[in-house]
Design a protein around this ligand. Structure first.
Ligand code: SF4
Ligand code: SF4
Length: 469
């Protein structure tokens, strides 16, 4: 099966229950943001900008668990900010597991290995020693860290995030090394994500990735990224076009001197970028209904169902959706009843709100596919077929992808890298170039066909390679 049977069955039961009860609006996935603090400042991130005045605030553990009970979504995506910074993250995961929720623990990957070492220390045993030896051999833990794992008596009683069929690590990966580190505005993040993913698979965790596509994202690079991640045994991938958050747009103009239209996608561009999504979903374990994929590929229209993926954070229930904020409410039911939902979304290609015009994001539209909004004959069958079809095989040649294609100094915008590659001098700013080693163009793959020339990422290689270190 494409996704684990227990998970698919749990979600299907939830939908059928509400359909039988004729519940007009209900939650499928809760986006739980226990805090907005983050250790990174990614270009295009709306959260750290929109909530810049409450970055130090956190949602108390009890309130997080109550929110999950209140909306009763079978799946909870713990996001933020960086949720691994949340002081009670282990207790939050344990509490949600007790409520029998499926958990997606979204992370930029920087603290994942630390959390996994804590799990190893808490459950140290001869069997764990075998895994520890594998990790040592792969240089995923150091000798010093291994000693701490073996000898940390105090850690044995700690609540930890352990592997479970109900939990996925959901690692943010927006491209191969060069692109990803530019977008997250820090060197070394891609490498750390890859190491964390490798470690998670050795320890038996389920691990997914989530990717946002921007205007300058090279589609060929995304394909290469999937090949590479598949070879690391990543279990699932979410992919979504970027949305122009107001706060992110303002930040882009002010801090980076960039125009938002140079970075974010219009609907037309999204459809071009996602033209091959159905092909990708045959080859890789893409999360998303076939209807949402058709929508992304420009083969049908859809209306969003933002109430199905509600967001709860330090200010309450955010409305109308994960992306846009017109208010916060104290309760989920209160939000459902007070928001004028008919003011939002795009119907038959016409935006009811101008801010919705170019939105095609996963969290707004994917539930529409599962809930039968804009139902067309045969959709149910497509859903069943997609979920019950065989999981795509591991892409064995993924190691041939030149994933470690260099790093930038993290100026955070792809155009600077492009300029650096095409004209290193032009990209010099304050005496520092946007790319340390722009060097000659080089494609991502070794022994894999190359992308048509002209797109940034195919040229994005530089000689400052980390691979093989
Ligand atoms: S890691 Fe996530 S929350 Fe943090 S800045 Fe990047 S996109 Fe925003
Ligand atoms: S189209 Fe829907 S999901 Fe997208 S911004 Fe508008 S209300 Fe939110």
């Amino acid at each position: 099966m494409r996704f684990p049977l227990a998970l698919t069955a749990k979600i299907a039961r939830h939908i059928i229950k509400h359909k039988l009860r004729k519940t007009p609006k209900f939650a499928m996935v809760l986006q739980l943001e226990p805090l907005h603090t983050c250790n990174l400042t990614c270009t295009g991130c709306g959260r750290i900008r929109e909530y810049s005045t409450s970055l130090k605030d956190i949602v108390p553990l009890e309130k997080c668990l109550q929110a999950a009970m209140e909306c009763d979504a079978p799946m909870v995506s713990i996001c933020g900010g960086e949720p691994l910074i949340y002081p009670k993250i282990e207790e939050l995961v344990a509490g949600l597991l007790e409520q029998k929720r499926i958990i997606y623990l979204c992370t930029n990957g920087m603290f994942m290995r630390k959390k996994m070492r804590e799990y190893m220390a808490a459950h140290y045993s001869p069997e764990m020693e075998t895994k520890l030896q594998t990790l040592l051999k792969a240089h995923l833990v150091t000798e010093k860290e291994a000693e701490v794992i073996r000898n940390s008596e105090a850690a044995r009683s700690k609540v930890v995030i352990r592997p479970s069929q109900w939990i996925y690590w959901n690692v943010h990966v927006d491209g191969l090394e060069f692109t990803h580190d530019l977008i997250v505005e820090r060197e070394g993040v891609f490498k750390e994500c890859v190491e964390a993913i490798k470690m998670s698979k050795i320890l038996g965790y389920q691990t997914a990735t989530n990717t946002t596509v921007y205007k300058e994202t090279d589609v060929k690079e995304i394909e290469d990224m999937f090949k590479f991640l598949s070879s690391l045994d990543v279990d699932a991938h979410t992919i979504s076009p970027g949305y122009e958050y107001d706060a992110a747009k303002k930040d882009m103009v002010k801090r980076l001197g960039k125009q938002p239209e140079d970075f974010f996608l219009t609907r037309k561009m999204t459809r071009q970028k996602f033209a091959k999504i159905q092909e990708w979903s045959k080859a890789f374990t893409i999360v998303g209904t076939p209807m949402y994929q058709e929508f992304l590929a420009g083969k049908r229209e859809m209306t969003c169902t933002p109430w199905a993926i509600p967001t709860f954070n330090v200010k309450g229930w955010k409305a109308p959706c994960y992306l846009m904020t017109d208010g916060h409410y104290a309760g989920y039911q209160e939000m459902l009843s007070k928001v004028q939902w008919e003011k939002y979304g795009v119907v038959d290609g016409v935006a009811r709100d101008p801010r919705c015009e170019h939105c095609m994001v996963h969290c707004g539209y994917d539930p529409s596919g599962a809930l039968g909004t804009n139902y067309q004959r045969g959709d149910n069958w497509k859903n069943i077929k997609y979920n019950f079809s065989r999981k795509p095989a591991r892409y064995e040649r993924g190691h041939e992808v030149n994933a470690f294609n260099g790093f930038s100094i993290g100026k955070g915008h792809l155009a600077e890298a492009k300029a650096a590659i095409n004209n290193p001098r032009a990209a010099m700013k304050d005496g520092i170039s946007a790319s340390q080693h722009p060097a000659e163009p080089r494609d991502h793959t070794v022994g894999v066909e190359t992308t048509p020339s002209g797109e940034f990422a195919a040229k994005g290689a530089n000689s400052n390679r980390i691979a093989g270190k």
